[in-house]
Design a binder for this molecule. Structure first.
Ligand code: AOF
Ligand code: ZN
Length: 375
């Protein structure tokens, strides 16, 4: 029977190990789709202080699950130990037996969980299996942090659409570019590298046809070691104006490119792009633009759990107006654009209601801030 002091010490320990499990889970973030990247720690506490005897992360590709790896590493040492899992252990028979049963069979005494799993095959059943076997279960430890890290998975499961991350780079006077000037450098090298990392963790990057024509961007990840981590690119292009000679189209054999166009758009343009390897997503029109909720539903059906919206102002405004943005990332460079600048639809002082600031930092000369909307 624990005293109140023992309980407080245990809670502090649980926080510490869950924080470690959450950091561990980031190792495969963006590489386990449509599964989330989960972290598991198996910890023994035999009096001489806690000791980690097993660690696991969801494997690249989504399987095996984190628990499988951690339990295999712990072996017999899992008996009587505590398992820290960033997501409720699964209860369904997939390619492997349920993780909840594996924890029971390994003789684990306690399970501490962060996020609950909305997957209807799990959704409370994982924790129930553990409790039925006499295992002590503590839920929702660092749940908000877990939900933030697994936002893509959770939003896709609950809302049948991907997480939408809106990223904008602003000049010191709040502009995102200059009319007719193509790509304008706003942020420096460190910020650019951070954007590459964001791209590598997303399932898709999305821009409007205006940005595609104006900037001729490649929208790939150009970082040593991450060259193969470019996600799919998506262009909102109702009338199919994207030229075959664009960088987006010419890179199509390495990185998929989707054009979201209306079904009535020029079939010859469509055929030409399809011959080049471009894939099409038929869209409905809403207020002169692509109907975004329906498009996002289609992207979720394609397995995408997160979409990074990179431009331009019109597309950003449309996602914001529809209440479809889940995360806002603002970079701010040190220089002004001034006359002829394109105003950003949003800045740090005008973040829509319902968002909370998650972090703020600097990348060299540039500021960075990130907000999320809780589920
Ligand atoms: C866990 N541990 O590491 C992960 C879990 O297709 P399957 O069989 O891999 O099942 C996918 C589901 O597994 C997914 O929707 C989610 O419920 C769960 N993910 N569960 O116990 C893990 N990644
Ligand atoms: Zn599992």
């Amino acid at each position: 029977a624990g005293s109140r002091q023992d309980e407080a010490a245990q809670a502090a320990l649980d926080h510490r190990f869950m924080a470690a499990a959450l950091r561990l889970s980031r190792r495969n973030a963006g590489r386990t789709s449509t599964n989330p990247s989960v972290g598991t720690l198996i910890v023994r506490n035999d009096g001489a202080g806690p000791m980690i005897v097993g660690t696991g992360v969801t494997a690249v590709g989504g399987r095996p699950h984190a628990e499988t790896e951690a339990l295999a590493e712990a072996g017999e040492l899992a008996r009587g130990a505590t398992a820290y899992v960033t997501l409720e252990p699964c209860a369904h028979h997939g390619r492997t037996p349920p993780c909840a049963n594996a924890l029971v069979n390994a003789g684990v005494a306690r399970v501490v969980g962060a996020a609950s799993d909305p997957d209807p095959r799990v959704s409370g059943k994982g924790y129930a299996i553990l409790r039925a076997a006499g295992i002590e279960v503590v839920e929702k430890v660092l749940a908000a942090q877990a939900a933030e890290q697994m936002a893509g998975y959770l939003i896709r499961s609950l809302r049948k659409r991907p997480e939408v991350i809106l990223k904008l780079a602003l000049s010191s006077d709040g502009k995102i570019g200059r009319e007719g000037a193509g790509q304008v450098a706003i942020t420096g090298d460190m910020a650019r590298r951070e954007v590459y990392l964001m791209r590598a963790e997303a399932d898709a990057i999305l821009v409007g046809i205006g940005t595609a024509l104006e900037d001729d961007p490649a929208l790939t990840v150009r970082l040593p070691g991450l060259e193969n981590r470019s996600p799919a690119r998506i262009v909102l292009d109702r009338q199919i104006r994207l030229p075959e000679a664009s960088k987006l189209v010419s890179g199509v054999d390495r990185v998929p490119l989707y054009v979201a166009a209306c079904l009535e758009a020029d079939p010859q343009r469509r055929a030409a792009l399809e011959r080049a390897g471009v894939r099409f997503i038929g869209t409905e029109t809403h207020e002169g633009g692509v109907a975004l909720p329906e498009l996002l539903e289609d992207l979720a059906a394609l397995g995408m759990a997160s979409v990074l919206v990179e431009g331009g102002a019109r597309v950003a405004s449309a996602f914001l107006a529809d209440g479809l943005v889940d995360r806002i990332v603002l970079f701010q460079g040190p220089e002004a654009i001034g006359e002829g600048g394109i105003a950003s639809p949003i800045d740090a002082d005008h973040i829509p209601a319902g968002f909370r600031k998650l972090r703020e930092m600097r990348f060299g000369e540039d500021g960075y801030a990130e907000w999320i909307r809780d589920l």
